[in-house]
Every structure is written in structure tokens, then in C-alpha cells.
Write a new protein. Structure first.
Lengths: 263, 398
């Protein structure tokens, strides 16, 4: 069983904001972190490997320093890692990103299962997982909270829907995206930590994936960002003071003026 | 590729250095220099007051016969024959886009037994309904819906395709975009037709701290998803005329490799979180799990949904399906009431799109007040019962 987990290094979005006065990005000590949703993908992959044997490979597309993210997940017990990096990858939208990742899955074949986090916190699109599946023409299951192997070769997944949950089955290979309920990530182990520092991480560029420059990055993207700006400021906050009964009355008055339904 | 600095215009002011989230720009020898960390996000372009920075041009191949693509489409969503409100909202938004472009507005409806529902969509603004009915469409699978919708788009060639950013839409629409080899912008909060006739799609990024406007210049259709309740539902017009047209997909499109074994709806006495106009959320300030009954009682009274902060979900007081925030659900109701929630940024990113935010907390310094429209510094165990009592009294239930 070869499980491939896709991760992304993202800016810690809580520190990224636009100064509404100067309209410039404020990056007060913005650190790069592993996308929080991807920790659950890593945990899902490790659990699946521990239950069914095999190997977990973590893959990321990013600048050279994204190697750091791969080392962080190696420390949890991921067996191998590959860094997809190339100047040509810069500026990729979800289409170009997923095409690059799909080529990596093909290159690292045979792969039985691809696991992604449900979305990345910088873009929040949730598109890359399903698009990787589309490029590879593989079945996929999104928002998975439980994964099992049935009959040795079929995947049974419990997925969260807007109204409840569903149990679905599909053959392998397949792509899944997971939610937090799959299980909290384990702590790094000492042995794995030591190994993670020294382990060789192969670097794969566009040419090695058989991708032409016009198929990757900004050039290979279909969407283009034309403007970035600060969100409209919230209207000024009003504190409702006085005794509790007064606070209740003032709040209801304002909410009714705003025509909030149900009140 | 990286951002391009115009040596003539750059004054080495350093504004771009501060703007770059990658730390890829430095000022050396009286000019800004971009290194390999640049990921072409374009934030420096906006930050530069001297118009000295530009990005290399997108050169993606054009969709063949791009001029033939015409019309605005909405990918309708239905569950058990009931049309999801986001479909009506998108018809309202789509109508404006179609009128501006002077083209037809159509909606796609897939499932079984939908003839009546299809006709009704005309009253919400559709000129044409593409109705696809086949037993293979029930229960819903991403694969079949994606293939059928892609086939229909390839046959009819709309220039714009909008869909709801529900769990369903966010799951199958990316596959449609990939199959059609076109761009897709998720969770748009603004859609406008530019003077160039392109769809300008505005969406939040970085957890809502930044807004970005995105276009898809060379591929068709231009695809966007929109969260429920972001667009206004149009009035129903009983007199509106339009037509329902059926479409028969290929047999291959009706095959899915993923099979639904069971489908379970959570038994809830309150509205689902992502569908509600009002969300009442409880946090650690409730002190113990039993006290969530206050939140539930208020939610039931005002037809709201019950939300929970991550910490109370971690404590096991509420199931994960109620969690609002970065690793939970993103909600944007008309009213969000945060009760005893401190307001950690991971929570705020999941609810800051709400129209009105009310914070109730006994700590006047709680960060939740920074995002609130109305702040109430009070003891929850006094305020919530008083609010519930007042509402009940008014309704004669006291």
C-alpha cells in the first residue's frame, strides 16, 4: 500500500492582513506553517498505513524552503518525502497546482491512495484535491472522517455532508480529502525526529514531471488575480451598557431595526 | 517567473518589501530586487504607489471557439426534490449578470421527479431550465453530477457557470472545472461584469483578511461558486415566462466508481449551521456542557442554528458538526451571536463574514469584541436567561 499525502506550506493567515489606510499587506512576523488541515491528512495516512501496512510519502509543491514542511511531517513517521519545486511553478492557481501534483502522483507510482486536507487556509478553495483526482481520472471522496479498507482492495469512507454523513465505497487507487474528525495528529517521535533531519528529500522540477513551462505556475493558470484589497471595515462597534434587562432591550431593538429574521 | 521591477520608476521606497508575504523583496543599490521566493501573488503591485511593479502576463491557451460561448448558467442544487435556496440566490445574481451582458439566464437541475421544481425556477429569473432526470442521479454522487454537467456545458457552451459553495457544490464543481479545463473561483462574495465583458469575481483570502478580485480571461465557461446567503434571493414572479428543456446524458456519464452505501441525516431540532440566518454559538464561557441548553433554547426560539467554538468541541461538549472556525465550518448568517467565546483568530475566520455579530462575554477585553457590531459585557447566566424570558414574554409564552 503506497499512500501519498499532499501538503502545503502556507503563511500563518492570522498574521496576514491589509492595512485599510495604506492598502498594503501587513505581515507582522508572518511565519510559514504546515497548512493546519494537512496535519489531519498526514494523520489519516499514518493511521491507514499502520492498519494495512505499506509506506507513506509526503509531497509538496512550493519554493525550496517548503522542504521544512516536509521535514516536519517526516518527524511524525511519514516514510518518504518529495519536494516539487521549480521557478516555473510560481503563481499557480488550483488548476496548475493540481496538474503538477497529479504528475507527481504518476511519477511516484504505484500510488494506491492520495490523501489531502480538505482545503488550505490561505486560499480556502478546497479545489486542489478534487482537481488532482480529475487530472488522474481517479475516483475521489471529499470531507472524509473515517477510512477503512474492506475486502483488501476497496475503500470504505464515511464523509461529512451539509446535513449529516454518508458512507461510500470505491476501488483503489482513489483520492480523498479529510476533515478534522479523522483524528488529531500524533506528536513527533524522537526516532522519527532524528531521521527527519537527515533524510534525503528528492527535489523534482517541472522537466522531471514532463511539464512544459506553459503548463505550470502563472503561465499554466486559467485564473488571474487583478486586484487585492482590504475587506470593507465592519461598522463601528457599539457597546450596550446598563443593567441586563436594559442590554436585552437595546440589543433586540437594534436587531429588529436590522430586520434579523426570527426575532 | 517573478514580479518585474521597472528600473525607471522604482524609487527604492521599500513599500513592496513590507507588502510581500514571502519576504522575497529587498532594496539594494537603490532599487527593489525580487528573489526566487516570489510566488507572483501581486500584493507588491498594489502596494507600489509608483506603478513600478508588474507581473508577467498570463498566457494560458484560449478555449477553442471562445466567441461561441454565450449565456449565464446556474448549476442548481436540490435534495429530495427540494431546491436549495442558494439556487434561487444565484438566479438573482445571475439575472443581473445576464442582463448586463444581454444574454440568456439558464439553470441546470439534475435528479428525478423535478418537473414542477424546474418550472418554478423560471419564476426566480431563469429564461431556460435544463432538466436532467435519471435514476442514476439519485443518490447524489460527485462523479455522475460532474460528468453530466460537463457534458451539458460542452453541448450548450455558456460563458459563465455559477454554483453554490455548499458542501455538495464545493465537492463536485472542481471536477466540472477540471473536465472543462477552465478556471474556478471559490466562495465569491462579489460578481460583476467588467467593461471588457469578463466576469470579475471577488473573494476573501487569508481567512478573510484580504479580498482578491479574479478573472478567467482565456477559458470558458468562467466558473465561480458562491456561499449560501451571500446573494439576495429574488422575489418570485408568477408571470415570468421561460422554457424547460430536457437533456439526456450519455450512458458513460451516468456511471460512478464511488457508490453510496448509506446516507444519514443528523437528527437535529435546530437548523443546520451552514443554512441558518441566525447562528448562536457557545464557547468555554458556558463553563460546563449542561449549560449549552441555554444556547439551544435561544437558538430554537429564534429559529437559529447552534454553533460551538473549537475548545468546547475538544472538550466533547458538542459534536464536531457544530464547530465554527478554521478547522470547522465557515458560516455567514445574517446574525451571529457569540456567547462566552473569547474570539481567537481561528474562530473569527469562520464567522467574520456574518452580517451582524453580537458578542456576549463577561471579559470586556475579550478579542471577540474587536469583530463585534454590538458588544454586551455581561454574565452569560444572567444575560441569556433574561433574553430568553423577554422573547417568551413577548410571544405570550412566558
Amino acid at each position: 500500500m503506497h499512500i501519498l499525502v499532499c501538503i502545503k506550506q502556507v503563511p500563518d493567515s492570522k498574521n496576514v492582513r491589509i492595512d485599510p489606510e495604506t492598502n498594503t499587506l501587513v505581515r507582522q512576523g508572518v511565519q510559514s506553517i504546515v497548512n493546519p488541515h494537512d496535519w489531519y491528512a498526514v494523520e489519516a495516512a499514518l493511521k491507514f498505513r499502520d492498519a494495512h501496512g505499506g509506506k507513506v510519502t509526503a509531497v509538496t509543491m512550493g519554493p525550496p524552503q517548503a522542504e521544512e514542511a516536509l521535514r516536519e511531517v517526516l518527524a511524525l513517521g511519514v516514510d518518504a518525502a518529495a519536494l516539487l519545486t521549480d521557478r516555473a511553478f510560481a503563481g499557480a492557481d488550483t488548476w496548475a497546482t493540481s496538474l503538477t501534483l497529479a504528475r507527481a502522483v504518476a511519477k511516484l507510482a504505484p500510488v494506491d491512495l492520495v490523501i489531502c486536507g480538505k482545503q488550505a487556509i490561505d486560499g480556502d478553495t478546497a479545489q486542489v484535491g478534487p482537481e488532482v483526482a480529475a487530472h488522474l481520472d481517479l475516483p475521489y471522496v471529499t470531507y472524509v472522517r473515517r477510512l477503512e479498507l474492506v475486502g483488501g482492495s476497496r475503500l470504505r469512507a464515511e464523509r461529512v455532508t451539509d446535513l449529516g454523513y454518508e458512507v461510500v465505497e470505491t476501488g483503489l487507487p482513489a483520492v480523498v480529502t479529510v476533515v478534522r474528525e479523522i483524528g488529531d495528529p500524533r506528536m513527533p517521535g524522537l526516532k522519527h525526529k532524528m531521521r527527519s533531519r537527515k533524510q534525503q528529500i528528492p527535489v523534482i522540477n517541472a522537466a522531471a514531471l514532463g511539464l512544459k513551462p506553459e503548463e505550470t505556475g502563472l503561465q499554466g493558470s486559467f485564473t488571474k488575480v487583478v486586484r487585492v484589497f482590504a475587506p470593507p471595515p465592519r461598522s463601528n462597534r457599539e457597546m450596550l451598557n446598563g443593567a441586563v434587562e436594559n442590554q436585552v432591550g437595546e440589543l433586540l431593538k437594534r436587531l429588529r431595526e436590522a430586520r434579523v429574521p426570527g426575532l | 517567473m517573478k514580479a518585474i521591477i521597472d528600473k525607471e520608476k522604482c524609487v527604492a521606497c521599500g513599500a513592496c518589501v513590507d507588502a510581500c508575504p514571502q519576504g522575497a523583496i529587498t532594496v539594494a543599490e537603490e532599487i527593489a530586487q525580487v528573489d526566487d521566493r516570489c510566488n507572483l501573488c501581486g500584493l507588491c503591485v498594489d502596494a507600489c504607489t509608483y506603478e513600478a511593479i508588474s507581473l508577467p502576463e498570463v498566457r494560458g491557451p484560449k478555449t477553442e471557439g471562445i466567441q461561441a460561448y454565450s449565456g449565464v448558467w446556474v448549476a442548481g442544487e436540490q435534495h429530495d426534490g427540494e431546491v436549495h435556496p442558494v439556487t434561487h440566490e444565484l438566479l438573482g445574481a445571475g439575472r443581473k449578470l445576464a442582463d448586463k451582458l444581454g444574454v440568456e439566464l439558464a439553470v441546470v437541475l439534475m435528479g428525478v421527479g423535478l418537473a414542477q421544481a424546474a418550472k418554478e425556477l423560471i419564476g426566480y429569473g431563469a429564461d431556460r431550465v435544463h432538466l436532467v432526470e435519471d435514476p442514476a442521479l439519485i443518490p447524489f454522487t460527485d462523479e455522475i453530477h460532474a460528468k453530466v454537467l460537463a457534458e451539458l456545458v460542452q453541448a450548450k457552451k455558456p460563458e459563465i457557470l455559477l454554483a453554490g459553495a455548499t458542501a455538495t457544490g464545493r465537492s463536485y464543481i472542481p471536477r466540472v472545472a477540471a473536465a472543462l479545463r477552465t478556471g474556478l473561483t471559490a466562495d465569491c462574495t462579489g460578481l460583476e461584469i467588467g467593461d471588457d465583458g469578463l466576469l470579475y469575481q471577488t473573494r476573501p483570502a487569508f481567512g478573510g483578511n484580504v479580498m482578491a478580485t479574479i478573472i478567467c480571461p482565456n477559458r470558458r465557461p468562467q466558473m465561480a461558486t458562491v456561499r449560501p446567503r451571500v446573494m439576495r434571493k429574488p422575489a418570485f414572479d408568477t408571470q415570468r415566462q421561460g422554457m424547460v428543456e430536457t437533456f439526456a446524458p450519455s450512458p458513460a456519464a451516468l456511471l460512478s466508481r464511488v457508490k453510496v452505501v448509506t446516507s444519514v441525516k443528523d437528527v437535529q431540532d435546530t437548523t443546520p449551521l451552514t443554512e441558518a440566518d441566525v447562528v448562536v454559538t457557545g464557547g468555554r464561557g458556558l463553563q460546563k456542557p449542561e449549560n449549552f441548553k441555554l444556547i439551544r433554547e435561544l437558538a430554537l426560539l429564534i429559529n437559529g442554528a447552534v454553533g460551538a467554538s473549537r475548545s468546547v468541541v475538544d472538550e466533547g461538549w458538542m459534536p464536531y458538526s457544530h464547530q465554527v472556525g478554521q478547522t470547522g465550518k465557515t458560516v455567514s448568517p445574517k446574525l451571529y451571536m457569540a456567547c462566552g467565546v473569547s474570539g481567537a483568530i481561528q474562530h473569527v475566520v469562520g464567522m467574520q463574514g456574518s452580517e451582524i455579530i453580537v458578542a456576549v462575554n463577561k471579559d470586556p477585553h475579550a478579542p471577540i469584541f474587536d469583530v463585534a457590531n454590538y458588544g454586551v459585557v455581561a454574565d452569560l447566566f444572567e444575560f441569556l436567561p433574561a433574553l430568553i424570558r423577554k422573547l417568551k414574554e413577548e410571544r405570550g409564552e412566558g
